[in-house]
Design a protein around this ligand. Structure first.
Ligand code: IMP
Ligand code: MG
Length: 190
């Protein structure tokens, strides 16, 4: 019995849909950077990108480096506060390296806009963006997404790294919470 209430979660993209799309992105990224003379570092934006990063980096056939940066733009609310806070910095310099930012979702674009400005000051060779999801209907700032998984309608999604009130990141699919309240299984006490 699952910890979530399946009647309150509508599956938007299954595990297989996600894997197939990521494999295609990985091939595209491999082809685009195969002749690059400088190192490619994937920078995952914590926490939401951790599963996308895990699958994307394994679908890239290149000697990449991986690093993470913690950003927080939301409290436990669904609405962006517009205030971005660095909760954990990169572990190594990105100067002279090709950077690929790996993000779960670009919603208003405020978080990515802040991050791109921040990374630019560190003198990377180039910066590109990979995002699993994009919600163009809510964009406040236009962000160029070089590698996009799926464009989605203006709905709050959970799973595959994306949270609702810090939970549901471990759902193996991307879904929408339908009905009232958190989609937890009432028959499970934990
Ligand atoms: P933005 O600054 O509005 O583009 O928001 C970006 C961040 O908000 C993402 O990295 C997510 O962590 C979070 N976010 C935006 N939309 C959703 C959603 O539908 N579900 C879960 N998290 C979301
Ligand atoms: Mg988040």
């Amino acid at each position: 019995m699952e910890f979530y209430d399946a009647t309150k979660v509508e599956v938007l993209y299954s595990k297989q849909d996600i894997q197939e799309r990521i494999d295609a992105l990985g091939k595209q990224i491999t082809a685009d950077y195969i002749d690059a003379s400088k190192p490619l570092v994937l920078i995952g934006v914590l926490k939401g990108s951790f599963l996308f990063m895990a699958d994307l980096c394994r679908s890239i056939d290149l000697p990449i480096e991986v690093d993470f940066l913690g950003l927080s733009s939301y409290g436990d609310a669904e609405e962006s506060s517009g205030v971005v806070r660095v909760t954990q910095d990169l572990s190594r310099s990105i100067e002279g390296k090709h950077v690929l930012v790996v993000e779960d979702i670009i919603d208003t674009g405020l978080t990515m806009n802040y991050l791109l400005q921040n990374l630019d000051t560190r003198r990377p060779a180039s910066v590109k963006v990979a995002s699993l999801l994009s919600k163009p209907a809510r964009a406040k700032i236009e962000i160029k997404i070089d590698y996009l998984g799926f464009e989605i309608p203006d709905r709050f999604v959970i799973g595959y790294g994306l949270d609702y009130a810090s939970k549901f990141r471990n759902l193996p699919f991307i879904g929408v919470n339908v009905g009232e309240g958190l989609p937890l299984n009432p028959q499970r006490s934990n």
